[in-house]
Every structure is written in structure tokens, then in C-alpha cells.
Design a protein around this ligand. Structure first.
Ligand code: FE2
Length: 240
């Protein structure tokens, strides 16, 4: 399986707190059947995102795990005004490397104003393929999960957190995740892991729950087929 969203790099955000913890996370992921992790550090007002430094960090981790895990670099892109300005100046800086895909996270408190307008610019001017992360954890989207439909129509992919399906984020998040799955509006499951224990890089449990809702093949697509296409830079149709 491929984990497209993981805070595995130490010292760069609120993810892994040391190299040892990053290595433990790799082991947890390997034991779960994950073979490729996209390291996605936060880019927000709290954590600066320097692509060159992060690339060096990722090489260090690669060396430490002795090639047992494949890695790519991406970004957990927060929709702040400053980030959007930087994105327009240098879009490649935040993408999953070698692809046109950008992981976008909303604030936990609301939705960005004029998101449709922004989305239009991202897809038509910058030619990006946005991936909306964890809509099931946003309180507004929990109440109105159908809000994502026009975003999907506009080309967005939807990534749900594996641990939301297993119940770690509470009932509202789980119900929203199940609603999105059942209505076939989920393109990816990812761990959004931050440590080996409390927010671990485990996909298999959520994949099995998804399989009971949408079937084995569709569940497998969420953790392997679709992320693999994304890493190859191929176009994933947001609308089936
Ligand atoms: Fe994240």
C-alpha cells in the first residue's frame, strides 16, 4: 500500500519528534504492508516549508531505513493568504514530487471564503490537481458533507483519514467518512500519521472497513491503485 499523507520527517513540524521515532513509524508502516510513504510536512503559520532542507531530511531518513521503505516528498498545504501567494509564484515547491498533485488542508474551524474561485485558478492557471485532505474532520463538512460535490466536479480528489474510519476522531468524523465512502466521493485513504502510537501509519484497518462498505476492489483502489497513479503523475478522474 501507499500512504500519501504522513508527517514522518522529524524536527520539521508536529510529526515525528526524533529520528528514532521516524524510524519506528517506518517499521509500523512496513508491518502494516505500506511500501511507499509520501512525507508531507505542514506549511502553515507555525511551520516553515523549505523544500531544499526537507529533501535533505528525506535523504537522511532513506539512509537510516536502508532502502526498506520508498519515500517521496509532498506538503500538507494550508490555505493561508501567504501560502497562496507563494504557490502562485512557485507552484512546484509544494507538489507531490514529480506530479501535478497538491494536498490541501482547511483550517479546523471553517472553510476558506471563495474556495471555488481559488480552485478554478489552481486548476486552470496553475494546472494543479488538488487533493482535499480529511474533509471528514472539518466541523462544517461533517454537518454538510455534500459540500464537497462541486469541488469534485471541479477536479478535486478527496482524501479521508484512515483513523477517522476506525473511530479515532469521534463519531461525527466517522459518520462523515462513511457517508463520503458510501456515496463514492472518496478517492484516497491516507494515515496523516504523526507518531508510531497515537496517530500511527496504519492503513489496513481502514481499508478493511472500507471493503465492507464499497467492496474489496474499490477499497484497494483507495490505498494502492489510485495513490500509485498519482505518484506516476497520471491523471485520476475525480468523477467516475
Ligand atoms: Fe496532515
Amino acid at each position: 500500500m501507499i500512504d500519501l499523507h504522513c508527517h514522518i520527517l522529524p524536527f520539521v513540524d508536529d510529526g515525528a519528534a526524533s529520528w528514532e521515532i521516524a524510524e519506528q513509524m517506518c517499521q509500523v508502516a512496513l508491518d502494516d504492508g505500506i511500501t511507499h510513504i509520501v512525507a508531507t510536512p505542514h506549511a502553515n503559520s507555525e511551520f516553515e516549508y523549505s523544500r531544499a532542507d526537507l529533501s535533505k531530511h528525506l535523504m537522511e531518513l532513506q539512509t537510516r531505513v536502508k532502502g526498506k521503505m520508498k519515500f517521496s516528498l509532498g506538503c500538507d498545504f494550508h490555505l493561508s493568504y501567504e501560502n497562496i501567494q507563494t504557490l502562485w509564484a512557485n507552484p512546484g515547491r509544494f507538489l507531490i514530487e514529480g506530479t501535478p498533485y497538491l494536498l490541501i488542508e482547511f483550517s479546523d474551524y471553517g472553510l476558506p471564503p471563495n474556495f471555488e474561485h481559488l480552485l478554478f485558478g489552481m486548476t486552470t492557471e496553475l494546472k494543479l490537481h488538488p487533493i482535499i485532505t480529511h474533509p471528514e474532520r472539518n466541523p462544517i463538512l461533517q454537518r454538510h458533507p455534500q459540500t464537497v460535490l462541486p469541488w469534485i466536479e471541479a477536479g478535486c480528489l478527496i482524501q479521508v483519514t484512515a483513523s477517522a474510519l476506525t473511530g479515532s476522531w469521534g463519531r461525527a468524523a466517522k459518520e462523515a467518512a462513511v457517508w463520503l465512502l458510501r456515496s463514492r466521493h472518496v478517492h484516497l485513504l491516507a494515515t496523516d500519521a504523526h507518531d508510531p502510537k497515537h496517530r500511527p501509519p496504519i492503513l489496513s484497518r481502514a481499508r478493511d472497513i472500507a471493503a465492507r462498505i464499497i467492496g474489496d476492489e474499490a477499497a484497494w483502489n483507495l490505498v494502492e491503485t489510485t495513490p500509485s497513479m498519482i505518484l506516476d503523475g497520471r491523471i485520476v478522474q475525480s468523477v467516475a
